[in-house]
Write a protein that binds this ligand. Structure first.
Ligand SMILES: Cc1cc2nc3c(=O)[nH]c(=O)nc-3n(C[C@H](O)[C@H](O)[C@H](O)COP(=O)(O)O)c2cc1C
Length: 365
């Protein structure tokens, strides 16, 4: 076993929870719930493989948080009522059977909504059509709709939705903690992003104002879950704008990471296409390094192309505590066991996600 795998396989505490290693499954939407948004038996089997394969932490796919604008995809699971919470119980139990830890990723799609069974229109910070096209592998087609600019009441409802979902996740569904999805172009990131947020009120303008909704959500979620761990996911790139960089560069990183730490999150999860690369210019620090610098007191999860153990070692040395794997975990649900046994890793095959990104029977065999 080499040095990188030693460090990555060491135990780690997050809040009162003990992780058996520093390997996490990154959140991945697989649209395999029922049409009503309840977690399915198939999802239970799918998630259990990761715990059985040795991952210390499993972060779920983005789960929608209210029965208004939050849902983004058909067959996306929700956490909005007792029935949906109960369905997740069967999933969390399977993870706990293997001494695994599981966090629910709470997601509001905002303007990146391509399948909401509650409301016909979409909503976001400002009436700006999202870049790019809807994702075909989540049943989307063509341009995104122009969202309606959220009213104060819409914003209050969205905050309350996150809090309610967090309460259900920890109180009823058996989750060990929650991750607020503040990344990748969804609602909270739409508020953070200069060109999608054109508001003149307290939610728009400076980066300090644009991160304010994320901070309010953190406050409400923390109050809802007692002492359970609360994390937040942050990125520059988006599913519909891959190469986006924060307009204010490193100054934005200082404000964002510093205020997230002040808001009392247990962990920050940063994701970049290649997490070990400089965040802004050709040289410069990585986003992992900037997060470590400006939020020295929080647990740091890093994600993005880290299935190569050398890259994982790099980000651990750069300040990360935990490494999250997306495609690497899909290709190797038993990645941690393979690392321990020194077994070769499988490469990810993109055809797994086509034509629709739902869970395939071949994954469960
Ligand atoms: C099929 C698929 C679904 C994803 N769904 C989510 C999601 O629901 N929430 C999220 O934060 N990221 C999502 N992501 C992004 C991953 O968490 C991760 O950031 C990305 O795959 C890069 O990490 P990797 O190089 O380890 O795959 C998804 C990625 C894939 C491949």
């Amino acid at each position: 076993m080499n040095m990188s795998s030693k460090k990555i396989l060491a135990t780690f505490d997050i809040g009162d929870l003990k992780l058996k290693n520093r390997l996490a499954v990154a959140p991945m939407t697989r649209i395999s719930a029922t049409e009503q948004g309840s977690a399915s038996e198939k999802m239970g089997q799918y998630y259990e493989r990761f715990a059985k394969g040795g991952f210390g932490l499993v972060i779920t796919e983005g789960i929608y948080t209210d029965q208004k604008f939050a849902q983004g995809y058909p067959f996306q699971p929700g956490m909005t009522d007792a029935e949906q919470a109960l369905a997740w119980r069967a999933v969390t139990r399977r993870i706990h059977d293997h001494q695994g830890v599981i966090f629910a990723q709470l997601m509001h799609a905002g303007a990146l909504n391509q399948g909401n069974r509650f409301l016909g229109e979409t909503a976001g910070p400002s009436a700006v059509r999202p870049k790019g096209e809807q994702m075909k592998f989540y049943y989307g087609e063509g341009q995104y709709a122009v969202p309606r600019s959220m009213t104060d009441e819409d914003i209050a409802d969205a905050i309350e939705g996150f809090a309610n979902a967090a309460r259900l996740a920890v109180g009823s569904a058996g989750f060990d903690g929650v991750e607020i999805h503040g990344a990748n172009g969804y609602l909270l990131d739409q508020f953070l992003t200069d060109y999608t947020n054109q508001r003149n009120d307290r939610w728009g303008g400076s980066v300090g104002n644009r991160i304010a909704l994320t901070l309010e959500v953190i406050k409400a979620v923390r109050a809802a879950v007692g002492g359970a761990p609360v994390g937040v996911r942050i990125s520059q790139g988006k599913v519909n704008d891959y190469a986006h960089k924060w307009a204010e560069g490193e100054a934005a990183a200082e404000t964002i990471f510093g205020s997230l730490q002040d808001a009392g999150v247990h962990y920050i999860h940063v994701t970049e296409h290649k997490a070990w690369e400089p965040a802004f210019s050709e040289r410069g620090p990585s986003l992992v390094n900037l997060a470590r610098r400006h939020a020295p007191g929080v647990v740091l999860v890093a994600n993005g192309g880290l299935d190569n153990p050398q890259h994982a070692e790099h980000v651990l040395n750069d300040g990360a505590d935990i490494v999250a794997l997306g495609k690497g975990a899909l290709a190797n649900p038993d990645y941690p066991t393979r690392l321990v046994m020194n077994q070769p890793l499988e490469a990810f095959d993109f055809s797994l996600l086509g034509p629709i990104a739902n869970i395939k029977d071949s994954e469960l065999a």
